[in-house]
Design a protein around this ligand. Structure first.
Ligand SMILES: [Zn+2]
Length: 68
């Protein structure tokens, strides 16, 4: 039995509002974030000028390790 993969969720248009264009972005594909569906250019991290979570190198831990 094959489980159908739902790709519809990626086809939901980007809901980012552009004041300059006076309309929603509307691009696809998108991913769903707490603020709504966003294309790659309008993710919360992209708008904040930060790398996407999980793409930045791990930082060394600050302070002593518990139990040492
Ligand atoms: Zn967008």
């Amino acid at each position: 039995m094959t489980v159908p993969i739902r790709l519809d969720r990626y086809r939901t248009p980007c809901g980012h509002w552009s004041d300059a264009a006076d309309r929603h972005c509307g691009r696809t594909p998108t991913r769903h974030y707490p603020v709504g569906h966003r294309c790659q250019a309008h993710t919360p991290s992209a708008l904040a000028g930060e790398p996407e979570p999980g793409t930045r190198p791990a930082r060394p831990r600050a302070g002593p390790t518990p139990g040492e």
